[in-house]
Design a protein around this ligand. Sequence first.
Ligand code: NAD
Length: 351
Amino acid sequence: MQPFIYNALPSRVIFGFGTLAQTADEIRALGCSRALVLTTPQQRDAGERLVAQLAELAVGLYDNATMHTPVEVTQDALAVVKRCGADCVVALGGGSTIGLGKAIALHTDLPQIVIPTTYAGSEATPIIGQTENGLKTTQRTLKVLPEVIIYDVELTLSLPAQMTVTSGLNAIAHAVEALYSKDANPLISSLAEQGIAAIGRALPHIHVNPQDREARSDALFGAWACGTCLGAVGMSIHHKLCHTLGGSFNLPHAETHTVILPHATAYNAAAAPEAMARIARALGVENAAQGLFDLAFKHGAPTRLADIGMQAKDVTRAVEIACASPYWNPRPIESAAIGELLDNAFNGTRP
Ligand code: NAD
């Protein structure tokens, strides 16, 4: 066994079908009685139903959560928190809604109950990304780690089929990079392998039948496992490239992860053979990078940056930004090879 350091994160996790019904009890258990429910305009109906369900425990609904946590939206939401005298927030939605809850917690220290409805994994991390004047910055602080996560599989049944695949691959990306992280440790590596296997097994079933409850349950468990990996260990070139493409070129979050992941995995293959073997084993394939590409391609997800909003002229600039302040990576960051990686991702070449 290699020496390692492991930092456990404090968080209460409730997982199952119909667990949304436990939200009121969880608010009371935190010693709170005035919850502000957060969601997006697209999930307003679900937010309204939760407010009705919480009755006197809910003091309002803020339904303007926005991708990449723009500071103007946070300021607007903070004014609502103050006006309604909220003593906790309940974030119902994907990474965008959970990001808003974290931003409120960063400013106010209010406790958070989060109810994830995608597989992005933000709920399990002490990381917050925020956007100001078109620049995205991230920080890691326990102040933003949600106190309670309620996973209710029922709420994921409505996640559209294509978003299910891209969000699932977004989750798998956390586990892939955890396996070759410089902070890798045995507990997180086994969770990473379980997370990749659970999502890899679930996606083909959900693709055929989005209402497949067992597959939805596997996928949401996988999201928790993979999100826990993201919260526990450092990420590498894959996340650096996705942050660059999302932050500086405004590419969509889950789709960008989906397109980049096979290429980032191929980039690191020779430098991280044990991680590759574990990824391949989890997916039941011979080659990790090809297995990840095929998982996206076979289930209708995008495989070309050209198809998700990237301009060919921006590739060189993206390489410069990503290589200027790289994260630690098992293979040294070589700008010519990163250029090749992005060219392949731009064109959707199978690794
Ligand atoms: P999202 O939260 O923006 O959701 C995408 C859309 O899908 C939204 O309109 C949402 O309302 C809708 N939606 C979500 N769940 C649904 C469901 N079950 N049924 C129907 N519609 C549903 O997308 P995301 O990919 O979950 O989150 C992306 C954001 O999360 C990015 O800003 C990213 O930076 C952040 N993120 C942060 C971390 C972290 O650790 N800080 C981790 C992962 C992602």
